[in-house]
Design a protein around this ligand. Structure first.
Ligand code: PLP
Length: 487
């Protein structure tokens, strides 16, 4: 258990300083000589006044109040919060990578371009696709890029009347959002009794007004859609394209390839599958991969190799344009590259196998207490529901997750996917030891028992964290993320 310190925040003392500078050697002129009078502040800035050690302790303490993957287990389903090896950070901190300028002449940044080119090649191989753009900054951004590519493809064939994108009801919220942002109408496809796409429903809506289908496979239930060949046939036969949401690629690396399943375009989340920091920890990267027929629509520039040198190709005939300033989040690419190179094909495959094994291990351990809506083996994550606990004790998923904080574990994803009532979505990832998996399963079992013996205590959890139950909607809508005097 971590030592909990009171949340001391106001440590400013008038006149205290964190710097000591030598005396000025030049003449000090009033600011009005540099700036017009209207631009000058009339009252002091009211910044906190603190010593250096105050600053260090303040931020170190704050960093420890938050849960992170470097502090403890983080089984947040769909987010793949795997451990990011620190060697990747070291690679991304090499001055040859950090000190280059986006406008540097190509011949002076051949190493960086080579890294990007090779990363494109590796991702294409892992995806079973032909060509990659590293530009998008996140998964959702990759989706938007991919949907624009689908739109450009239909337009080039004079089929602009395709106005719909099909999306299963188990999909991540970014899928419909991307479809709508790209100007499409989204149509929801129900799931069948095994948690996959309902084939009959798909056949009914698939016609010449549909541009494509967006699918996550394995989906957000952690279930592989066994009908994928049938699904791609139905969509392709009517002239539609298939978009693969690669957020769950941690289940399939080196085992199955979306390109082989019949998908035409996809994104990867480097910050999920390829071990780069996530959320508050750093920017993301959502490369898009396409089959060769779609390469003419990729965003520019694409990194190419002419046999002698690497270069930025702006000459892509039917490009959807630029999706991001410059070339994407380059240092994230360096980390993903280091990760892929250090694991190699066998290592990546083993990572996925272990991710799947770990998820199934926890699932089987907790099934006596938690209900499984679709009784199948899972892939890298699973969704359970505390139906019995809720009925017999009045405790909800929220209570169970809040109580997990007292056990020092980040809660799983809650209430998603929407098609499972009281969903608890667990993704352990491959980087956890058996001891950690057992600790987590034991904690979930202990909490299930607590629900029966002391439901009130669960309703009031967490009990050991610095803050208790927060107004989560308020925190998201009106975040106060900086210090302001007097607040
Ligand atoms: C995380 C996720 C996304 C969105 O990716 P971001 O990188 O967060 O934009 C899309 N689909 C699924 C299934 C996801 O888990």
């Amino acid at each position: 258990m971590r030592r909990l310190e009171p949340l001391i925040f106001e440590i400013s003392k008038p006149g205290r300083k964190a710097y000591s500078l030598p005396a000025l050697e030049v003449e000090k002129k009033p600011m009005s000589e540099y700036l017009p009078a209207g631009e000058l502040r009339t009252t002091p800035a009211e910044l906190p006044e603190v010593s250096e050690v105050d600053v260090v302790r303040h931020f170190t303490r704050l960093s420890q109040l938050n849960h992170g993957v470097d502090i403890g287990f983080y089984p947040l389903g769909s987010c793949t919060m795997k451990y990011n090896p620190k060697i990747n950070e070291e690679a991304a901190n090499l001055p040859g990578f950090t000190d280059i300028h986006p406008y540097a002449p190509e011949e002076t940044v051949q190493g960086a371009l080579q890294l990007m080119y090779e990363l494109q090649e590796y991702l294409a191989e892992i995806a079973g696709m032909d060509k990659v753009s590293l530009q998008p900054a996140a998964g959702a951004h990759g989706e938007l890029t991919g949907i624009h590519i689908i739109r450009a493809y239909h337009k080039s064939r004079n089929e602009a009347a395709r106005t719909k994108i099909l999306i299963p009801d188990s999909a991540h919220g970014t899928n419909p959002a991307s479809g709508v942002l790209a100007g499409f109408q989204t149509v929801q496809i129900p799931s069948d009794s095994r948690g996959g796409v309902d084939i009959e429903a798909l056949e009914k809506v698939m016609d010449e007004t549909v541009a494509g289908l967006m699918l996550t496979n394995p989906n957000t239930l952690g279930l592989f859609d066994e009908n994928i060949e049938k699904i791609q046939e139905i969509v392709h036969k009517k002239g539609g394209l298939l978009y693969y949401d690669g957020a769950n690629a941690n289940a399939i690396m080196g085992i199955a390839r979306p390109g082989d399943m019949g998908f035409d375009v996809l994104h990867f989340n480097l910050h999920k599958t390829f071990s780069t920091p996530h959320g508050g920890g750093g920017p993301g990267s959502g490369p898009v991969a396409v089959k060769k027929e779609l390469a003419q629509f990729l965003p520019v520039p694409v990194v190419e190799f002419d046999g002698q040198k690497y270069y930025l190709n702006y000459d892509v005939p039917n490009t959807v344009g630029r999706m991001k300033s410059f070339y994407g989040n380059f240092l994230v690419m360096v980390k993903a590259y280091a990760y892929i190179r250090s694991l190699g094909p066998d290592g990546l495959r083993e990572a996925s196998q272990d991710a799947v094994l770990n998820a199934n291990y926890i699932l089987r351990r907790i099934l006596e207490y938690y209900d499984l809506p679709y009784d199948r083996h899972c892939k890298h994550e699973f969704v359970v529901s505390p139906q019995r606990i809720k009925k017999e004790t009045g405790c909800h998923t929220m209570d169970i997750s809040k109580r997990l904080l007292d056990y020092g574990v980040h809660p799983p994803t809650n209430y998603f996917p929407l098609i499972v009532d009281e969903a608890i979505m667990v993704e352990p990832t491959e980087t956890e030891s058996k001891e950690t998996l057992d600790y987590f399963a034991d904690a979930l079992i202990a909490i299930a028992k607590e629900a029966y013996s002391n439901p009130e205590m669960l309703h009031k959890a967490p009990h050991t964290t610095v803050v208790g139950r927060l107004d989560e909607a308020g925190a998201a809508k009106n975040p106060r993320i900086r210090w302001q005097k007097g607040m």
